[in-house]
Design a protein around this ligand. Structure first.
Ligand SMILES: [Fe+2]
Ligand SMILES: [Fe+2]
Length: 311
């Protein structure tokens, strides 16, 4: 098999990834200390919610929706990440005697994702303490849904899993940047911004490991097989989309219970529609249109990339 070298891995190597990961590592306690979110203001950018055009909502209700979305983000991210350590140890197990730096990059990546899950769970709890009420969760405490989600993701081959993962990780960069850039003069909640920033700092290393793994997997495949990986990304996207639908229902229920407002059917429909659109925009769109993801997709397979609308 001819070895293909992709431009998208230029300058990347496992020893540097591990070294940077050691340098930038943080702890959940150091981020939170005894801090709280400021529930008198919005917590995340308006662009994450996109309900401002709905005139039947007053300012306080808009703020409540903002807090609800802040919760949904950490709730979904924490649960999405549960498949990652298993996904990575599957690669590690292929050769325990492989290069030390390679295995450390993969194992640190997995360990960091478990730490991120703790970060997001802590954020869920502190959001509830700061806002004074509980938020609806699509992923149940018994973990039935996250177990099913993880299993369904892992049923796909490693290449599309790495590709979608890299897209979501690059998406987390945009989430951080938007949280700082939105509303000049009045940014998002400082604790929330820190969570997004520290998360991205580690995700940044993960994207480098992703593309090195993507290169190795793609090298061993025919062009048709690489193109098929993009059909699988759409399949994985369907799994994620089902969680958006489920969490938006939770958001509507939380909104009605917190505000005591019973929405008439046309209002509920308009709100559900707006929340569904913004949910897809902040996750799927920011990820799949990230310039780095587009570059990787196009270099791997123009035919495959076109299936995601990337040309
Ligand atoms: Fe993460
Ligand atoms: Fe990550």
């Amino acid at each position: 098999m001819a070895t293909t070298t992709y431009e998208f891995t230029r300058g990347l190597d496992y020893p540097s990834i591990v070294a940077t990961s050691e340098k930038v590592a943080w702890t959940v306690d150091a981020i939170f200390r005894d801090r709280r979110f400021n529930a008198t203001k919005r917590i995340v950018p308006d662009s994450w919610v996109r309900t401002q055009h709905l005139e039947f909502l007053n300012e306080q209700e808009q703020r409540t929706l903002n807090h609800i979305r802040a919760f949904s983000y950490v709730h979904l991210f924490g649960n999405y990440e549960e498949f990652i350590p298993l996904h990575l140890t599957g690669i590690v197990q292929q050769d325990w005697h492989d290069d030390r730096a390679h295995l450390r990059a993969l194992l640190r990546f997995g360990e960091e994702e478990i730490k991120h899950q703790q970060l997001f769970l802590r954020a869920e709890a502190v959001l509830e303490a700061s806002c004074g009420y509980t938020f609806g969760r699509y992923f149940d405490p018994n973990k039935d849904r996250v177990i099913a989600f993880t299993k369904a993701v892992l049923a796909y081959p490693p290449l599309p899993r790495f590709l979608l993962l890299a897209a979501f990780e690059w998406g987390s960069q945009r989430h951080y940047v938007e949280s700082v850039r939105d509303h000049p003069g009045e940014g998002s909640d400082p604790l929330y911004v820190d969570i997004l920033q520290y998360h991205w700092i580690e995700e940044n290393q993960h994207t480098k490991t992703d593309v090195l793994e993507i290169e190795q997997l793609a090298r061993a495949m025919s062009p048709d097989e690489v193109s098929t990986a993009f059909d699988h990304i759409q399949g994985l996207g369907g799994l994620v989309d089902a969680t958006f639908v489920g969490q938006v229902e939770q958001e509507l229920a939380t909104f009605q219970s917190v505000t005591g407002r019973r929405l008439a059917e046309p209002e509920a429909t308009a709100l559900r529609e707006a929340l569904s659109q913004s949910m897809r925009a902040i996750w799927a769109e920011v990820a799949l249109t990230h310039p780095n993801f587009k570059r990787v997709a196009l270099e791997l397979s123009k035919e495959g990339a076109a299936k995601l609308g990337i040309v």
